[in-house]
Design a protein around this ligand. Structure first.
Ligand code: B4P
Length: 193
């Protein structure tokens, strides 16, 4: 089973590269950002609560996203593997994911970290905000909060996965094709180990 964590700050290219990786490696794509936006679009109670936090650039509670991932894993017992996009974002989320996979006799194969400078992140997200209508991409102060949340709560995950010898840094600036190639190389190397 190939289980990948795609990691990086907001706007690093996680969603963009996940779309390609799922086809290349025949994986199921689990994006907590997409799952939360579906809840918002459906007007559920969970979605309404999440929207208030997401619109401020804050993370939603661990229990909410862990619950969403748990039910997706349960719903796909015969999957050949998963790509976790935007999850885990905190140490408790990473610990919960390890436990959930262990219950299915599986584990994370590699954590691929897309490295992009803050200036480039801001440019990309503001550009996406013009087209997507995503409210969290249209305001510099919300984007700065997301980057602050990332640095405080998510960046420490690099150490968590380095400790398991699963961390792989990927240079995330350049063409989408060139970054995809680097990712494929790193995945093939990890899968062969
Ligand atoms: P996400 O939906 O995960 O949003 P994101 O990190 O901003 O997007 P992503 O990183 O996938 O975008 P991409 O770079 O591909 O999360 C949104 C919010 O949901 C969070 O702020 C949080 O509130 C909440 N949330 C989600 N998961 C959570 C969790 N686990 N715990 C708690 N809260 C959670 O794309 C960005 C842009 O860059 C695109 O326009 C793309 O076209 C462009 N781009 C990509 N690659 C490029 C390249 N190489 N060159 C130029 N442009 C590029």
């Amino acid at each position: 089973m190939l289980n990948l964590v795609l990691f990086g700050p907001p706007g690093a290219g996680k969603g963009t590269q996940s779309e390609r990786l799922v086809n290349q490696f025949n994986l199921i794509h689990l994006s907590t950002g997409d799952l939360l936006r579906s809840e918002i679009a459906a007007g559920t109670e969970l979605g309404l609560e999440a929207k208030q936090l997401m619109d401020k650039g804050l993370l939603v509670p661990d229990s909410v996203v862990i619950g969403m991932i748990r039910s997706k894993l349960k719903a796909n017992p015969t999957a050949g593997g998963f790509i976790f996009d935007g999850f885990p974002r905190t140490i408790p989320q990473a610990e919960a994911l390890d436990k959930l996979l262990e219950e299915a006799s599986a584990s994370i194969t590699a954590m691929l970290a897309l490295e992009v400078s803050e200036g480039e992140l801001l440019t990309r997200l503001l550009e996406r905000g013009k087209k997507s209508g995503r409210s969290d991409d249209q305001d510099v102060s919300i984007i700065s909060n997301r980057i602050k949340e990332y640095n405080a709560k998510t960046a420490p995950l690099a150490g968590y996965y380095s400790g398991q010898a699963k961390f792989k840094a990927i240079h995330g600036i350049g063409s989408i094709d060139a970054i995809f190639e680097q990712l494929c190389e790193a995945i093939n190397e990890s899968a062969a180990r």
